[in-house]
Design a protein around this ligand. Structure first.
Ligand code: H2B
Length: 95
């Protein structure tokens, strides 16, 4: 899947298209909280498999039961359609 840069209006619409995500320093960010470390790490494993399939990888951190994910497209230096697709798939995993 090719990474197409989001237009300014597509970026404005993100609040509606991906309501659980926030724009932080130009990246799409969401924090997840789980019952414990095992659940958090299991979620990260599922995200890793999706990221490999898309060849699009998150910037993320984990502290015990919390996982913070930031999405951006390094190849274009900003947000792309791949960030939106990965965010959608992550939302589906967390649902
Ligand atoms: N992930 C993200 N988030 N941005 C990229 O530009 C990117 C990536 N590029 N994963 C991919 C890998 C690229 O480096 C490889 C060579 O396909």
């Amino acid at each position: 899947m090719a990474a197409l840069a989001l237009t300014a209006s597509e970026i404005q619409e993100l609040a509606e298209t991906l309501p659980a995500w926030s724009l932080v320093d130009g990246r799409l960010q969401r924090q997840f909280r789980f019952a414990d470390f095992c659940e958090a790490f299991g979620f990260m494993t599922q995200v890793a498999l999706v990221a490999e399939r898309l060849d699009h990888h998150p910037e993320w951190s984990n502290v015990w039961n919390r996982v913070t994910i930031a999405l951006t497209t390094h190849d274009i230096g900003g947000l792309s359609t791949l960030d939106v697709e990965l965010a959608r798939r992550i939302d589906a995993l967390a649902a």
